[in-house]
Design a protein around this ligand. Structure first.
Ligand SMILES: [Fe+2]
Length: 274
């Protein structure tokens, strides 16, 4: 029997009773879909799987898309390697929703832990539903119908400023011009409203003066990070996190330098936010 053990009231649940090495029956997938809709992030423990099992879970939910800035696993270009070492420590230390610089940001991601520091390197998630529902009715009405601009170049500005940064990422910048998304989106499965802006990629709200946009986004970014809207996951080797990228933000905690951390991620294509 598959069960879900909630990690925090706003979001997150550990899935028990699933072996991802087995072929996933339609009834199992239906339960996982329902669990993802309800809990927004699903966690699996001790799943000693191969890349093909990782791919099988992802393709059951949609079409995998590779990230323009990260390398792939040998033989599986859609599985991105996210590695942090003493020589090349990770630079992402900001709350964000993945790849909102795309016209169709991902439906979700499935992140698998391969090498984990003895302590540290946890990840936090936050519910975009809880954030929207935590606003006053007047603020909700104000945000309704507004669009915000999201930019790859903004999200990767620190990498671009490094020596060789433009040589490495210039093509990705040209292929990913800024896009606009609604500030409040409606989830295509649950019909719930979600506050869809993030510190990493959102640059401004369309139609506001610069100072107004800065003030409103500054408030929203802080509000999104309210501890009561979050959960925190402590990784172990062979842990997996599967999040709904349409209803969550996340933030890796970079507190483990100079230890190594190696993750493998598959991102699943999503739809245009509405
Ligand atoms: Fe991310």
């Amino acid at each position: 029997m598959i069960g879900f053990q909630p990690l925090a009231p706003s979001l997150g649940a550990e899935v028990v009773g699933v072996d991802l090495r087995e072929e996933l029956a339609e009834s199992v997938l239906a339960t996982l879909r329902e669990g993802l809709s309800r809990h927004l992030v699903l966690f699996f423990r001790d799943q000693v799987i191969d890349p093909k099992h990782h791919m099988a879970l992802a393709t059951a939910f949609g079409v995998p898309v590779a990230h323009p800035a990260y390398p792939g696993v040998e033989g599986f270009p859609a599985i991105n390697v996210l590695e942090s070492t003493a020589e090349r420590p990770t630079k992402i230390d900001t709350w964000h929703t993945d790849m909102t610089f795309l016209e169709r940001p991902p439906l979700g991601s499935i992140l698998r832990a391969r090498e984990i520091p003895e302590v540290g390197g946890d990840t936090m998630w936050a519910s975009l539903y809880a954030a929207y529902e935590g606003l006053s009715a007047r603020m909700q009405r104000y945000l309704e119908g507004l669009q915000a601009s999201h930019s790859f170049a903004h999200g990767f500005r620190h990498s671009l400023a490094e020596p060789g940064g433009w040589d490495r990422l210039g093509d990705a910048v040209r292929r990913n011009p800024p896009v606009e998304h609604p500030v409040v989106r409606t989830h295509p499965v649950t019909g719930r409203r979600a506050l869809f802006v993030n510190r990493l990629f959102t640059t401004h709200i369309v139609g506001l003066a610069e100072a107004e946009s800065r003030a409103v986004l500054g408030f929203l970014f802080e509000h999104l990070e309210t501890p009561e809207f979050t959960c925190r996951f402590r990784w172990r080797r062979d842990s997996i996190a599967f999040w709904d990228n349409r209803a969550t933000l996340h933030r890796p905690l970079n507190d483990y330098f100079p230890a190594r951390r190696r993750m493998e991620r598959i991102t699943i294509a999503g739809e245009r936010p509405r």
